[in-house]
Design a protein around this ligand. Structure first.
Ligand SMILES: NC(=O)C1=CN([C@@H]2O[C@H](COP(=O)(O)OP(=O)(O)OC[C@H]3O[C@@H](n4cnc5c(N)ncnc54)[C@H](OP(=O)(O)O)[C@@H]3O)[C@@H](O)[C@H]2O)C=CC1
Ligand SMILES: C[C@H]1O[C@H](OP(=O)(O)OP(=O)(O)OC[C@H]2O[C@@H](n3cnc4c(=O)[nH]c(N)nc43)[C@H](O)[C@@H]2O)[C@@H](O)[C@@H](O)C1=O
Length: 221
């Protein structure tokens, strides 16, 4: 079992040769984090593609951590998509994300990772949370129905990090990005998030000289 209590709490920036596993490094967030870490001078990133390491496979994740023993882990691998994808593939969104995060968080603890960053999402908060959303709004009301499956998985990941801190004094933290966009985003016409979807649709309409652009919904959100 990992025993961080005997190691000094190293500052993340104190050793640029520290081994850092960035899970999901080819995605929108993961690739941006890799660019940033390289820019900051980190020299020892451990990266695995989905094909090389399927994070839903517990035994493979255990073997990876036993072999590589990274000091830090940034978990940016997940089954991700916009409102249509969430609404169409609820089983995938809850099951795959629960498997990925449970495997990575638990193996990270067991193999002595000093600190782990888990990425949740803004949809973990209630549909009608106060705006701007305070953190203590979590679990105070019903979720947005179209992505509650993904949201429940993300809430479980946050709670798992909190539970490992309580029981094992292990340093796991969670970040809640809102809508992101940028290089290596998913621009799939149906399954992408709203920002890349509209970027693509407006771009294509401009190129084609289209008379209109379709935006889903009533425009109220
Ligand atoms: N984009 C956004 O607007 C937001 C994103 N987030 C969070 O940020 C994180 C990253 O999201 P984002 O970068 O947009 O997602 P992407 O889909 O761009 O990247 C996800 C990455 O995870 C990998 N992956 C998926 N499943 C597995 C698996 N079973 N094993 C190994 N790797 C896997 C993908 O590889 P491959 O493509 O080869 O399958 C991909 O590289 C997620 O936790 C997401 O919830 C939170 C809020 C908003
Ligand atoms: C971070 C956040 O990321 C996602 O949340 P989302 O981005 O709000 O979801 P979405 O991008 O699909 O929709 C946003 C709004 O936009 C409207 N909309 C219009 N036209 C298009 C369109 O063409 N595509 C999409 N996707 N949405 C459209 C759409 O009808 C909806 O009202 C979730 O995964 C959620 O889990 C989450 O946490």
């Amino acid at each position: 079992m990992g025993d961080p209590s005997n190691g000094s709490a190293l500052s993340f920036f104190s050793d640029k040769s520290a081994k850092i596993f960035v899970a999901g490094h080819r995605g929108l967030v993961g690739s941006a984090i890799v660019r940033k870490l390289h820019h900051l001078g980190f020299t020892n990133l451990v990266l695995r593609t989905h094909l090389e390491l399927d994070l839903t496979r517990q035994n493979d994740v255990e073997s990876f951590f036993a072999t590589e023993k990274p000091r830090f882990v940034i978990l940016a691998a997940a089954k991700v998509g916009g409102i249509h994808a969430n609404n169409t593939y609820p089983a995938d969104f809850i099951s795959i994300n629960l498997q990925i995060q449970t495997n990575v968080i638990d193996s990270s603890y067991r193999h002595g990772v000093s600190k782990l960053l888990f990425l949740g999402s803004s949809c973990i908060y209630p549909k009608f949370a106060p705006q701007p959303i305070p953190e203590d709004a979590l679990l105070t009301g019903p979720l947005e129905p179209t992505n509650e499956w993904y949201a429940v998985a993300k809430i479980a990941g946050i709670k798992m990090c909190q539970a490992y801190r309580i029981q094992y004094n292990w340093d796991a933290i969670s970040g809640m990005p809102t809508n992101l966009y940028g290089p290596n985003d998913n621009f799939h016409p149906e399954n992408s998030h709203v920002l890349p979807a509209l970027m693509r649709r407006f771009h294509e309409a401009k190129v084609k000289g289209a008379k209109e652009v379709v935006v889903w919904g009533l425009g109220v959100p």
